[in-house]
Ligand binder design. Structure first.
Ligand SMILES: CC(=O)SCCNC(=O)CCNC(=O)[C@H](O)C(C)(C)COP(=O)(O)OP(=O)(O)OC[C@H]1O[C@@H](n2cnc3c(N)ncnc32)[C@H](O)[C@@H]1OP(=O)(O)O
Ligand SMILES: N[C@@H](CCO)C(=O)O
Length: 339
């Protein structure tokens, strides 16, 4: 990370939806811009699976003057998610009860627990209303969950290739990733590199759902006929190495996929459709034509259940990862939406 996050430390027990508890909670976060007097210029950005609270690392253009959400105008908040290795409490955090890292003692958490942590940060920052919530992929899960709990909190929501609940295809991707991690006998070991072979395989499985045929033809084609040493092979292996180097330890990634599986804003609330209808925010919903993980037909179905929604589709060769690589196109839609 290029710039250290602020750390909010809550020295009391943080109860978790599935019955566990953390004796204390740390929340890593970044802010940009100034909260105005009326406190009506808050933008809350929710990051996805492997990003962090520093937008400059993964959506840097959002901080530019040309951005629809420039910090010249808005007070931007981004918090690292619970369970991630980038500063918020996770399996890599020191357990105050033992003086050692939690590792596989870290309890099961859900998207609802991530939102509970966001609410603590919201209160700490003195925020009452959020002008714009923005999230792609798992970032959008947090936005959907928060608006399900507080339908009037956001004035506007920008939801990019995401959804109100997990569906069988994504559950299958996560299950496959866990099968890969569990096949590494070290995955629950108490050290930083536990399960690294499993993590490498799990990242490769993930990449198959984040990208597609077209982008691999474009970026990973070999310039000559070969029998081994294919570019696509070394690319997939390198992606696994990168994730391991970013401290995505075996148990940590395994648990993160479990947390994502629980995402369902309709659970114990009368179902997804009923909850979507309660959203009071004006919503911009963006889909990507080549996304295999959150396909456009699912995105269209969701939009038919949100009362005040603008549905837009962008074109990208990148598939699901287009939400990270196509900021220019997303920014254009955001500018139109906010005009
Ligand atoms: C501190 C942080 O890292 S914060 C996290 C920031 N990232 C995120 O939030 C999301 C995770 N990142 C991603 O999903 C991707 O990086 C994206 C979508 C943002 C960008 O995708 P891409 O432009 O395809 O870049 P991607 O990282 O997948 O691959 C490029 C890397 O693969 C390498 N590479 C490309 N082809 C090959 C190949 N055939 N063999 C081996 N390596 C290859 C490149 O040299 C480059 O290496 P580098 O990252 O060390 O510079
Ligand atoms: N490339 C994304 C995929 C999940 O949205 C990530 O690594 O976070």
């Amino acid at each position: 990370m290029s710039e250290n996050p602020e750390i909010l430390k809550i020295e009391k027990a943080f109860p978790l939806e599935m019955g566990g508890e953390l004796p204390e909670l740390e929340i890593a976060y970044h802010t940009w811009g100034q909260l105005n007097e009326k406190k009506d210029n808050v933008v809350w950005v929710f990051h996805a699976l492997t990003a962090n609270s520093n937008l400059a690392d993964w959506w840097g253009d959002i901080l530019c003057d040309e951005s629809a959400l420039s910090p010249n105008k808005y007070f931007i908040v981004c918090a690292n998610i619970l369970g991630s290795p980038y500063g918020t409490s996770s399996p890599l955090t020191i357990n105050p009860k033992t003086g050692e890292r939690y590792y596989s003692d870290f309890p099961m958490y859900t998207i609802r627990d991530m939102v509970a942590a966001h609410k603590i940060l919201r209160d700490h920052l003195g925020i009452e209303k959020i002008a714009i919530g923005l999230g792609g992929s798992m970032g959008g899960f947090q936005a959907y969950e928060w608006v399900a709990q507080e339908p009037a909190l956001f004035e506007k929501l920008i939801l990019v290739v995401t959804g109100p609940r997990e569906l069988p295809w994504r559950l299958a991707v996560h299950a496959s990733q866990r099968i890969a991690i569990e096949a590494d006998p070290t995955w629950r070991d108490r050290d930083m590199r536990a399960g690294e072979h499993g993590v490498a395989a799990a990242r490769a499985i993930g990449m198959l759902s984040y990208r597609n045929h077209t982008i691999f033809n474009q970026t990973q084609a070999d310039s000559e006929s070969k029998t081994e040493g294919f570019r696509a092979d070394s690319y997939m292996r390198y992606q696994g190495k990168k994730l391991i180097d970013r401290k995505f330890q075996g148990y940590l990634l395994w648990l993160m996929t479990k947390g994502m599986d629980t995402h369902d804003i309709g659970r114990n609330r009368g179902g997804v459709e009923a909850v979507l209808k309660t959203i009071q925010a004006e919503v911009l919903q963006i889909s990507i034509d080549s996304d295999l993980l959150f396909p456009a037909d699912e995105q269209q179905w969701i939009s038919t259940h949100i009362p005040n929604v603008t549905y837009r589709e962008i074109n990208s060769l990148y598939g699901h990862d287009g939400f990270l690589t196509e900021f220019g196109k997303i920014n254009k839609l955001m500018l139109e939406f906010l005009r």
